[in-house]
Design a binder for this molecule. Structure first.
Ligand SMILES: O=C[C@H](O)[C@H](O)[C@H](O)COP(=O)(O)O
Length: 237
């Protein structure tokens, strides 16, 4: 089963890289397990084609990957406009809206996606849902300022219902700390939601820094199957 899922990730990653990465681009590099296969493919092509890319990381992990695979590391100060960004997702709905942040990264990912002319998502087919919350049952990750986590939890519960849970670390006592030194709250919800409205509510709670809802940001999503087939979904509007 694990191998089959990995094969799907590899297929999606390779297809997205081969269809979209061109010489001389500034490329946003996402975070998670699927992006590793995209970076591997970029490095493979780079050896043959000398792509001359500048890669902008979305996390500590992404920065390490860029170093490990011998790619050129950039930043938003020198490259504030990005040609394309590629990233994974925890779940993708019919309109290619995403939940992200299951691995603790979302804020830098969202900034990089927002600075990119084109944003591509790569995932195995398990992530391809019609409605967010169908297969991803861990809630919407929300990055919060540590001193405000308790009132933020209370306000989210009052305004949206559901259950706003502080994410705890597994190999450390206490909460997960993001790459930006913040806490994460996972908003567990039931049923279909008006995601634009949910995003507006969350963004208006003081102490919320960013949410893992990526709405109307993705241009194309690639979903890989264990047999190597890739389903490509392009945003309608
Ligand atoms: O926090 C992590 C990021 O948002 C990931 O891109 C997301 O969780 C998907 O990760 P994976 O490729 O491991 O499924």
């Amino acid at each position: 089963m694990a191998d089959a899922v990995e094969a799907g990730k590899v297929a999606a990653a390779r297809r997205a890289v081969d269809e979209n990465i061109k010489k001389g681009q500034v490329v946003g590099i996402g975070s998670g397990s699927t992006i590793v296969f995209a970076v591997q493919r970029i490095a493979e092509r780079n050896k043959k084609e000398e792509l001359n890319l500048v890669c902008i990381p979305t996390s500590f992990q992404a920065r390490q990957l860029i170093h490990e695979y011998g790619l050129t590391l950039g930043n938003l100060e020198t490259s504030p406009e990005i040609d394309i960004a590629i990233d994974g997702a925890d779940e993708v709905d019919d309109d290619i809206n995403l939940i992200k942040g299951g691995g603790g990264c979302l804020m830098q990912e969202k900034i990089i996606a927002s600075c990119s002319k084109k944003f591509f998502v790569i995932a195995d087919t398990r992530k391809n849902s019609r409605v967010l919350g169908t297969t991803w049952r861990k809630g919407v990750p929300i990055e919060v300022l540590p001193m405000a986590y308790k009132p933020v939890q209370l306000k989210i519960n009052q305004l949206l219902g559901g259950n706003a849970v502080l994410r705890m670390a597994s190999k450390k006592a206490g909460p997960v700390i993001t790459d930006n030194g913040n806490f994460l709250i996972d908003w567990e919800f039931e049923g279909a939601q008006d995601w634009m409205a949910v995003e507006r509510v969350l963004q208006n709670v003081p102490g919320v820094i960013e949410t893992g809802l990526f709405l109307n940001m993705t241009h194309v999503a690639y979903f890989g199957s264990p047999d190597g087939q890739v389903l490509v979904r392009t945003r309608k509007n």
